[in-house]
Design a protein around this ligand. Structure first.
Ligand code: NAG
Ligand code: NAG
Ligand code: NAG
Length: 207
């Protein structure tokens, strides 16, 4: 009983004072479905999508979400297969398909073991908050970060990933409504129109 009380007091203390730094990065789940918004800093656009993530066989499927009043906008499905280093881009209405070789290596949604701890804190405020931890690839006094990842402390779900590829390409991706496991593994199978896929990427806008 006394021990329980101590734990409760310690927990209450943590809530008031903020969070202790973790001993190391948490281990992110390997397979999940969810939703995301990717913000591209150069175009200033936010792109919403459903995502299925398979860190076991290195596949990602992104289904862009339709929105009203987007006259020139085409919506795509993207299937990334890193074991074969190809990406399929499928126009949702016509199923027109492009097959494009991937040039960047597989980069899982997780926190590399040697990451630099940045902060631990609560998202939200009193009465409604979620503990998260923030890591980066910064090397103190040697290198600015090109990646920052925010993950929930308890189950290590990704919350936000920010990448700076070079001076002109920075993206921030926010993840939410995540569910463990992949409900429909068929989402990683390209449609039959991809058997005669074109080799160049289709433009997002038609005018
Ligand atoms: C996207 O995900 C949401 C929430 O999980 C779901 O309700 C919706 O049906 C999904 N949309 C499509 C097109 O699969
Ligand atoms: C972690 O290790 C990788 C691979 O060796 C290296 O490229 C990266 O710079 C390291 N990151 C940090 C923050 O030390
Ligand atoms: C930045 O990276 C993007 C994507 O990798 C590439 O297309 C672009 O040419 C690069 N720009 C510069 C200035 O290096």
């Amino acid at each position: 009983m006394q021990r329980l009380l101590l734990v409760l007091v310690a927990a209450a203390g943590a809530l008031v004072l903020g969070l202790e730094p973790p001993r190391g990065p948490c281990v992110a789940p390997l397979q999940w479905d969810g939703r995301m918004v990717q913000y591209d800093h150069s175009s200033g656009r936010n792109s919403r999508a459903n995502i299925s993530y398979d860190g076991v066989t290195r596949r990602i499927r992104i289904l862009q979400t339709h929105r009203r009043h987007t006259p020139c906008q085409r919506f795509f499905e993207f299937i990334y297969l890193y074991d074969s280093m190809v990406m399929f881009q499928i126009e949702q209405k016509t199923k027109q398909c492009s097959k494009i070789a991937l040039s960047e290596p597989w980069d899982p949604y997780d926190i590399p073991e040697n990451s630099t701890f940045e902060d631990a804190y609560f998202i939200g405020g009193v009465g409604e908050r979620v503990a998260v931890q923030e890591w980066s690839d910064r090397k103190p006094a040697r290198k600015h970060e090109t990646w920052v990842g925010v993950y929930t402390t308890r189950d290590c779900y990704p919350v936000q990933e920010t990448y700076t590829r070079n001076s002109s390409v920075t993206t921030s991706t926010r993840f939410f409504d995540l569910q463990l496991g992949i409900r429909d593994p068929d989402v990683f199978t390209p449609p039959s129109t991809c058997q005669s896929a074109r080799p160049e990427r289709m433009a997002e806008s038609t005018c």
